[in-house]
Design a protein around this ligand. Structure first.
Ligand code: AMP
Length: 296
């Protein structure tokens, strides 16, 4: 497999696939690959034989106090995993290739980028949309796969593609979880054993949200409170936010209906290092209730 580091070469590789009439799928990542990333590649492979994956730890989506310096990096291992999945090529540019001196442009999906995770991480989603737009324009795939694990990111990218009429389909992939229910994430590497046990409460809390909605609860506040209570019972977890919103536009709901997202962001205390931020969510299709008996 070719590891492409330069933008013109990446364009030439994809142009050649196009000339052969191939359909190109794209999976952008920041590396430190795990089963979650590989599931995206497999989903892309199911839809198209030719998959390009990118590995780029995008500095623009990290805040000044965030973990850019310590973000796990292992390009050799990542490429081995991608080869095993049968990707056509790997795009792994360096920082200067993507952002040469004087780079001054940013793309931002207003509104959606300032709420939830964006409230805690100002500028984060503008960094994401700026790099994703660049990557989509470099690779020009027919479709690109993003994980529902990062639901807000997926919704924001979908909106950018719609607003800018980008000729690409955005495909959402289900969240891959480990045996204890914790969503696969590069940041899990930082969890010690007690932190890991505490983190398992996140999935439990989201399962409780599903159970409540399925048993008829339609109040976003009551679902949020029940989720929060489960998380707060873990001394090693500090809750950043719990929110039940509309899955298409992240809008606040007076009453749960349609496709709903319950989003959780917590900080896990780990001895000897900064707390680890974990996010997770579930999507729930809320059935309209049958009208009360006797109504016309
Ligand atoms: P990252 O490398 O963290 O930027 O993630 C790259 C892509 O993998 C994003 O579209 C993520 O949503 C997706 N992803 C990360 N973790 C998971 C997971 N556990 N299940 C499914 N997709 C994931």
């Amino acid at each position: 497999v070719e590891v492409v580091t330069k933008i013109p070469r990446m364009r030439a590789v994809v142009d050649e696939l196009r000339r052969q009439g191939r359909r190109v799928g794209f999976v952008p990542t920041m590396g430190a690959l795990h089963e979650g990333h590989l599931s995206l590649v497999r989903l892309a492979k199911q839809r198209s034989a030719d998959v390009v994956a990118s590995i780029f730890v995008n500095p623009k989506q990290f805040g000044p106090a965030e973990d850019l310096a310590t973000y796990p990096r292992d390009l050799v291992r990542d490429c081995e995993l991608l080869v095993r999945e049968g990707v056509a090529s790997v795009f792994a540019p360096d920082g200067d290739e993507m952002y040469p001196p004087g780079f001054a442009t940013a793309v931002e999906v207003r509104g959606l980028s300032d709420i939830l995770v964006g409230e805690r991480r100002p500028g984060h989603f503008a960094g994401v949309t700026t790099v994703v737009l660049k990557l989509l324009d470099i690779v020009r795939p027919d479709f690109a796969v993003f994980g529902w694990k990062d639901a807000q990111q997926l919704v924001i990218v979908q909106r950018m593609v719609r607003d800018l009429d980008l000729p690409v389909e955005i495909v959402g992939a289900p969240t891959v979880r480990e045996a204890d229910g914790v969503a696969a994430s590069s940041r899990n590497l930082h969890l010690d054993e007690p932190a890991r046990r505490a983190a398992a409460a996140i999935h439990r809390s989201l399962q409780e949200a599903i159970r409540l909605v399925e048993s008829g609860e339609r109040s976003p506040q009551r679902v949020e409170e029940a989720v929060r209570a489960i998380l707060e019972a873990e001394p090693l977890l500090a809750v950043d936010s719990v929110k039940a919103v509309g899955a298409r536009d992240l809008a606040e709901l007076k009453r749960l209906g349609g496709l709903v997202l319950v989003l959780v962001s917590v900080r896990v205390t780990v001895e000897g290092r900064d707390p680890v931020v974990l996010i997770d969510n579930v999507r729930i299709e809320v059935q309209e209730e049958a009208p009360p008996k006797g109504s016309p």
